[in-house]
Design a protein around this ligand. Structure first.
Ligand code: TTP
Length: 195
């Protein structure tokens, strides 16, 4: 008897999420979603990342006949305010000036949707991240590398940004954009066992 496992689909255009999922040794298809990411600005961070993760996964699931579709969304939160991806270099510099020398939180939402049945799991993970103090010149040089531009909060912990982060409390992969411990739980509950 052969057991047919459900195909996996990553509903993301993020190369970081692709690399993290590949690191688990699973085969999967990548289908970036094209959803509207706007939300009521009053939405709390946990609710915001869960809603957007589910919106991304559901949009791609609607185009698939079968499979478990994985969606994710990451934001940085400081002083109760949500920072997404910077629109330009000036905004990236402003975000980094706010984060430098302080601790912020990174929220990542995760959703897994079964394209065939519509069943889903949704949750989020939070990690506290301390960033070193930075001079204006250091901030300008970091932004000039280009690395901050497509990252929530205008930095990448997995890149040059690693040198700015002396301490985190919580899951590293939540900061990069895909909480792998939560993913193993959700996939297991939906019939795909990583171990
Ligand atoms: C804080 C932080 C964020 N990020 C990235 C993860 C996400 O790609 C991005 C946040 O934007 P998202 O809107 O979560 O994702 P995305 O638009 O890049 O991709 P998709 O919606 O197709 O899945 O910031 C890092 O790579 N490193 C970090 O340290």
């Amino acid at each position: 008897m052969t057991i047919k496992t459900k195909p996996l689909v990553l509903a993301s255009g993020s190369p970081r999420r692709r690399e993290l999922l590949a690191q688990l040794g699973l085969s999967f298809e990548v289908r970036p979603s094209d959803v509207d990411e706007s939300l009521d600005p009053e939405t709390a961070p946990a609710q915001a990342v869960e809603t957007l993760a589910l919106r991304k996964a559901r949009a791609v699931a609607a185009e698939c006949s079968e499979g478990l579709v994985i969606g994710s969304d990451t934001v940085v939160v400081i002083d109760g305010e949500i920072l997404g991806k910077p629109r330009d270099a000036k905004e990236a510099e402003a975000m980094l000036r706010r984060l430098a020398g302080r601790t912020h939180r990174v929220y990542t939402g995760l959703a897994v949707v079964d394209a065939e049945t519509g069943a889903c799991r949704v949750g989020h993970s939070v990690t506290a991240v301390r960033m070193s103090a930075l001079t204006d010149a250091e901030i300008r040089r970091y932004v000039a590398t280009g690395e901050p531009m497509d990252k929530a909060g205008a930095y990448a912990i997995q890149g040059i940004g690693a040198t700015l982060i002396p301490h985190i409390e919580g899951d590293y992969f939540t900061v990069v954009g895909l909480p792998l411990f939560l993913l193993r739980r959700f996939l297991g509950e939906m019939g795909v066992h990583i171990l």
